[in-house]
Each structure stands twice: as structure tokens, then as C-alpha cells.
Design a protein around this ligand. Structure first.
Ligand SMILES: [Zn+2]
Length: 129
């Protein structure tokens, strides 16, 4: 069976956030699964996300979980509700802790993680990179 996560990670490598949409009920979901979690259909189509979302939950990390992350702290781990509906565990960048609030409008960017891989992150709407 193909890895349901592969299309997501292949998109990340190209700085693209794509979501699996069910071809039966039309709903997107995350994290990727072999079948639609809403209706059980196995036919999924990957489409590019709008890149817009809002802050649903967050935590500011002050203590690096491993030496690889020592240069990264403090950073904000966040649950972002994408405009399409699904939520993505990601990071919020270019936002001081005091600027974070529930529902803060965010836009997609890509960043290189300490391991070298490209991953989606989000910044407050209107803040340029
Ligand atoms: Zn479905």
C-alpha cells in the first residue's frame, strides 16, 4: 500500500501545501490517510491549499528539545486551522509572543528545519518575510 503521507511530504519539498480531498464527499482532511475519515471513500485527490489560516492553539518553546534546536528557541509551535477546514501542527514565525491570539489570521510560508527539510510555517497576515 502506498504511504498516505508521501504526497504531503513531496509537496513540502517543493514549498507547496497540498491537501487530500475526498472525491465522494468533497471534504479535505489532515493528517493524510488511505481513506476519507468523513465517509470512508478511498478515492482522494490532492489539491493545493489556499495558504490562509487562523491560529487555533499554540505553545512557545523556550527550552530546546534536543541540541539541534538550540539555535531555534524561543519558537512557537502552533495548531493552525486552514481555511479549508483541517488543522495543521506547524510553527508561527515573525510573531512576538504577545501578538499571538486565538483566531489570528495567518499566511503560509516555508522554512528550512534544523534537519534540512522544508516545512510549512505560518506568519501573521501582512507581515512580509
Ligand atoms: Zn469523504
Amino acid at each position: 500500500m502506498p504511504d498516505p503521507l508521501a504526497p504531503l511530504l513531496e509537496g513540502y519539498a517543493e514549498d507547496r501545501l497540498r491537501l487530500p480531498f475526498c472525491e465522494k464527499c468533497g471534504k479535505p482532511h489532515l493528517y493524510p490517510r488511505a481513506r476519507c475519515p468523513h465517509c470512508g471513500n478511498a478515492s482522494l485527490a490532492w489539491r493545493e491549499a489556499s495558504g490562509r489560516g487562523s491560529l487555533a492553539s499554540w505553545s512557545v518553546v523556550h527550552r530546546a528539545p534536543s541540541p539541534d534546536f538550540a539555535a531555534e528557541v524561543p519558537y512557537t509551535v502552533a495548531l493552525v486551522r486552514l481555511e479549508e477546514g483541517p488543522q495543521l501542527m506547524t510553527r508561527v514565525v515573525d510573531a512576538p509572543e504577545e501578538a499571538l491570539r486565538l483566531g489570528l489570521p495567518l499566511t503560509l510560508r516555508f522554512a528550512t528545519m534544523p534537519g534540512g527539510e522544508r516545512r510549512p510555517v505560518f506568519a501573521p497576515e501582512g507581515v512580509s518575510a
